[in-house]
Design a protein. Structure first.
Length: 67
């Protein structure tokens, strides 16, 4: 299974809440399945934070580097 690229922008930058950016095809798939729950989003957020602490998330230099 291929891991999709996504970006989490911390609340220190957005000024309010964390912002998550994901590919449109992933969003469409999630919406089509209609099985997304708040618990899913919270679980994903925790997984991303864990990966970040472990240093397993790449540093994004620019949006062009996602291609």
């Amino acid at each position: 299974m291929k891991m999709s690229a996504f970006i989490t922008i911390p609340k220190e930058i957005t000024g309010n809440e964390e912002l998550v950016i994901l590919p449109r095809r992933d969003l469409d798939k999630i919406l089509k399945e209609k099985s997304l729950t708040e618990d899913d989003v919270l679980r994903w957020s925790k997984e991303v934070k864990k990966l970040k602490k472990q240093g397993k998330l790449p540093i994004l230099e620019s949006l062009a580097s996602l291609r």
